[in-house]
Design a protein around this ligand. Sequence first.
Ligand code: THU
Length: 130
Amino acid sequence: MTLKDKALSVRENAYAPYSNFKVGAAITAANGEIFVGCNVENVAYPEGTCAEAGAIAAMVAAGQSRLTKVFVVADAPLPVSPCGGCRQKLIEFGDGDVQVTMATINGVEKNMTLAELMPGAFTEQHLENT
Ligand code: THU
């Protein structure tokens, strides 16, 4: 299955009874393996987690810590854009030139790099005096 097909497929498993907005994410790790995640909401709303966070957790749990490609998809009028928190999470594990494909389930896609999505990111360089 392609990265896109895996993102579309995991989206079906999203637990989103509060927003009714199901999101699927698939990421390719440096070793070529693909990891997936979906959003998992909670009745205590802030406890919900995004699809991207789930995919990153699966990648790290499998022993991989670099990602080379990201695909995010939802049933939205515009290609779904990772939230600010997820951008920070993605940049932790990916270089600035990593392509993030944002998509709708109807096949509209927009590509941006992590650097474009997260200009001026807070990185480990900022911690160098510590
Ligand atoms: N959501 C994601 O999972 N990823 C995104 O990139 C955008 C938003 C989720 C969070 C929440 O469960 C729902 O979409 C509505 O915000």
